[in-house]
Design a protein. Structure first.
Length: 280
């Protein structure tokens, strides 16, 4: 099993590379949260580009270092854009992040999420209910036929999604990140619990969506597991720091972006986490 020291070393390398190279990680994402997604990507050192159309998605898939697909808001054009972009990424061997926001709501969203199974996203990021529901939709262990998602919110605990997260990671060969009071990140063989964050994250829209965008930024410079863990670490660090300096969600969002920007590679790597081996 990889050591904590080695994980921290790889986190530092990922953060340093992103800050030095300013990589582009394009997004097809939730229109409700698109501004925060882009600003968070910029704050950690990446470059952002948001698109909607099929040819634009293909261009980003080819031009960017990684791509972020979030199904939080669905338009009819996405029936063409999303599978086309995911297939291009898969065929080119390009890494990408999937956020199955609001899984279980609507026929088109369900159809698209089913199609993504064969294109094997490098990182899947969601709350516990979304991860359990996606494993169920893909007919993998730990999943259920019924979605317990309440809008974009989870009604399941992070640890209850462990088996689903492991099954998804084993299927894709990548990593799964489950967001909650404590974040769970797994590559199917080891599991990390990442600590920190803020209760204000539940009081602003886009904390989870922007986390997926930041994971895509780090995915340009690291393995799926390290990219997902680095994104969770910087969010937990910035969230806890921002909370200590504000008294409400409005000022929290502004301070949170500042703290994302200011976090150093070593500080991110040293954010508290615990490693566990997955019991097969």
């Amino acid at each position: 099993m990889i050591s904590k020291t080695e994980i921290q070393k790889q986190i530092v390398q990922a953060v340093e590379t992103v800050k030095r190279t300013n990589p582009m990680a394009g997004s097809i994402t939730n229109t409700v949260t698109i501004n925060l997604v882009a600003n968070a990507q910029l704050a950690v050192g990446g470059a952002a580009a948001m698109v909607y159309l099929p040819d634009e998605g293909e261009f980003l898939a080819k031009a960017g270092g990684a791509t972020y697909i979030n199904v939080g808001t669905i338009f009819p054009i996405y029936e063409e854009t999303l599978p086309h972009t995911a297939k291009t990424l898969h065929d080119l061997g390009k890494p990408w992040v999937l956020d199955p926001v609001a899984i279980g709501i609507g026929e088109l969203r369900t159809k698209l999420l089913k199609q993504f199974k064969e294109y094997k996203p490098s990182v899947i990021r969601g709350n516990a209910s979304e991860i359990i529901a996606l494993a169920g939709l893909w007919e993998l262990d730990g999943g259920t036929d019924k979605s317990n998602v309440r809008g974009v919110d989870s009604t399941d605990s992070v640890l209850s999604s462990k088996n689903a997260a492991v099954a998804l990671a084993k299927w894709t060969g990548g990593a799964v990140a489950v967001s909650g009071e404590t974040d769970l990140i797994t590559d199917g063989s080891i599991m990390v619990l990442s600590y920190g964050g803020s209760h204000f994250m539940e009081k602003i829209t886009g904390a989870g969506c922007s986390l997926g965008g930041v994971a895509a930024v780090y995915l340009t410079a690291a393995t799926p597991f390290i990219a997902a863990l680095t994104a969770s670490a910087v969010y937990n660090l910035a969230g806890s720091r921002a909370e200590s300096k504000v008294d409400g969600p409005g000022s929290f969002q502004v301070r949170f972006l500042d703290e994302l920007y200011k976090a150093s590679p070593n500080e991110i790597a040293e954010n508290p986490f615990k490693i566990e081996e997955v019991q097969l």
